[in-house]
Write a protein that binds this ligand. Structure first.
Ligand code: NAP
Length: 245
C-alpha cells in the first residue's frame, strides 16, 4: 500500500479501525472517517503512524451526500489522489419486522446503503481520471441468508451487494474494481451489545469454532485493495469461519 491513498468510513473503531491500520501500514496514506468519536479516530490515526503510514481524521456522516463529497475532497487535498474507498460505516437498529419504526428503517438504510452510494458517487470521478480505483463495501453474511429481527439491516446489506455488482460493471473498463466482503460474527462493540448468551449460541454455528476478529476482516480487505486482486471485481467474499457456504 506504499503511497496509496485510502478512505475508510467508520474508521474510529471495530472493523474499520483494523482495516485502516492494515491499509496504512508501511507507507499507506489513510483518511480515517468517524461520525462522533473523535478520540477513537485519533487513536486509529496514531496506530497507523506507529505502523509506518500517515493519516488524517475527518468527521463526516456518510448518509449525507455533501459530507461524503467533503470526505473525498479531504483525501485529494491532503494526499493528492484517491485509490481505495472502504465503505465500512454501519449501524444496527434491530427489531422484528412488524415493530420496526420508520425512523429505524431510514437510519439503517441511509447509513449502510445510501452512505456507500454517496461515497462511490463522490469517489468515482477522481478514480476514473486516474484510471485506478479499488472500492470495497462491507456487507454481511446475513445479506445472503436473511436474519430474523434485522429486516432493515439485511435489506441494506443485500442492497449493498447489488450496488457492488452494478458499480463493478460500470467501472470495470476504467480499472476500478468494486467488491464486497461479507463478515460473519466479528467481535466488536456492535456484537458485544448482543450479550454473552447470544455470543455462545452464534459461536456454536461457526465451523471454525470461534468468533472472528476485526483483523480477520482487515486481511481480506487489504487483499482486495492490493495489486494481487487486480482481476477480481463484482465479488462477495465471505469472512465467517465457514458459517455460510
Ligand atoms: P462498530 O464497532 O459499531 O463501529 C461502527 C463504525 O461506524 C464506527 O466507526 C462509527 O463511527 C461508524 N459510523 C456509524 N454511523 C456512521 C455514519 N453515519 N457516518 C460515518 N460513520 C459512521 O461496528 P463494526 O462491528 O466494526 O462494523 C463495521 C461494519 O461491518 C458495519 O458496516 C457492520 O454492519 C459490518 N459488519 C459487522 C459484523 C460484526 O459481526 N461486527 C458482521 C458483519 C458486518 P463513530 O465511532 O464515530 O460512532
Amino acid at each position: 500500500m506504499q503511497g496509496r491513498v485510502s478512505i475508510v468510513t467508520g474508521g474510529s473503531r471495530g472493523i474499520g479501525r483494523a482495516v485502516a491500520v492494515e491499509l496504512g501500514k508501511e507507507g499507506g496514506l489513510v483518511v480515517v472517517n468517524y461520525q462522533g468519536r473523535l478520540e477513537e479516530a485519533r487513536e486509529t490515526a496514531h496506530q497507523i503512524e506507529q505502523a509506518g503510514g500517515r493519516a488524517i481524521v475527518e468527521q463526516a456522516d456518510v448518509s449525507v451526500a455533501s459530507d461524503a463529497q467533503r470526505l473525498v475532497e479531504s483525501a485529494l487535498a491532503a494526499f493528492g489522489r484517491l485509490d481505495v474507498v472502504v465503505n465500512n460505516a454501519g449501524i444496527t437498529r434491530d427489531n422484528l419486522l412488524l415493530r420496526i419504526k420508520d425512523e429505524d428503517w431510514e437510519a439503517v438504510v441511509n447509513t449502510n446503503l445510501r452512505g456507500a452510494f454517496n461515497l462511490i458517487r463522490a469517489a468515482a470521478r477522481p478514480m476514473m481520471k486516474q484510471r485506478f480505483g479499488r472500492i470495497i463495501n462491507v456487507s454481511s453474511v446475513v445479506a445472503l441468508t436473511g436474519n430474523a429481527g434485522q429486516a432493515n439491516y439485511v435489506a441494506a446489506k443485500a442492497g449493498l451487494i447489488g450496488l457492488t455488482k452494478t458499480a463493478a460493471r460500470e467501472f470495470a473498463s476504467r480499472n476500478i474494481t468494486v467488491n464486497a466482503v461479507a463478515p460473519g460474527f466479528i467481535q466488536t462493540e456492535m456484537t458485544a451489545a448482543l450479550g454473552d448468551e447470544a455470543h455462545l449460541k452464534m459461536v456454536e454455528q461457526i465451523p471454525a469454532g470461534r468468533a472472528g476478529t476485526p483483523q480477520d476482516v482487515a486481511g481480506a480487505v487489504a487483499f482486495l485493495a492490493s495489486d494481487a486482486a487486480a482481476y477480481i471485481t463484482g465479488q462477495v467474499l465471505n469472512i465467517d469461519g465457514g458459517m455460510v457456504m
